[in-house]
Ligand binder design. Sequence first.
Ligand code: FE
Length: 362
Amino acid sequence: MSGLGTFGRRGLARGALGLMVGGALLALGAGPAPASAQGAAGEVNIYSSRHYDTDQTLYKAFEEKTGIKVNLIEGKDDELIERLKAEGRNSPADVVIAVDAGRLWRAQEAGILQPVESAYLTQAIPVNLREPAGHWFGLSTRARVIIYNKDRVKPADLSSYEDLADPKWKGRLLTRSSTNIYSQSLTGSVLAALGPDQTETWARGIAANLARPPQGGDTDQIRAVAAGEGDIAISNTYYLGRLMNSTKPEDKVVAEKVGVFFPNQSGEGAVGRGTHVNLSGAGVAANAPNKANAVKFIEFMAGPEAQKIFADVNIEYPVVDVLAPHPTVAAWGEFKTDSLNAAVFGKNNAEALKIMDRAGWK
Ligand code: FE
């Protein structure tokens, strides 16, 4: 965090002077490298909406390995996107790190990311976990699963997201609001699989089956399942992982009452497409002053040593599949993932929200 103050001032200087004396700055840059505290390798400015202590450890490791100084700006996803838009051509941002393909799509649509080519990223990251033109790259993944109350539901009762709309779940299902991006990305993936009409019918079924109006986050849905307010919930895997690894006894009690089910594992056609998986990811900012360093930084984050640390801190899956995941993640077992490109359900977010609105999924 020590870079925050200097970074802020530097950003201001660029904003104020960049347009007026752009030519002068360019001339300076073309000359011999001036003596600088940054060193010859320069710096990279990261705008991140992911905040974990080990992410900071990784940034330090990158600095030590490359000599490139990392300056970090943290903020909420939508705030960071707005900030980049406002800064425009003078933005000092080099790398944008965000959670959920829906947000990365929004950033791309807002014109604040640029496509980059990297042989390493193309080879290391599965094709469905990166934007096809290189605007952003997945760095960790999470599955959106069904959490069930082990006393009331057997795994054999569960099958697919589609089945959650069946009247047999009436008054038993818990999920967060349609205004949440995870709901929009899941519905965006259903939209890609089933088309708009069937997706709306499905969303109507979901809304009709809810045990209560949507409230709270995924952890609240899991707690409600454990407390018997509903029998099943839709949640990202890491929320259960956090409860399982919590030091609070009451969290462990919750975690012990529930099981995890990976939907859409079998069946002909769309129903056998696999479980919906979303990501945390990074892209290079449209006006990155340190573009080469930005690419190096993302390559480092997708490298084997960083991957394990980046995924484990939030009990997520690494995107580089040669690595063994966190023991909690590994214990859930292997599963088939929906191979739909994250850019497709990211793009589908807006239409998904309209469908959920029409269907009464609040
Ligand atoms: Fe989350």
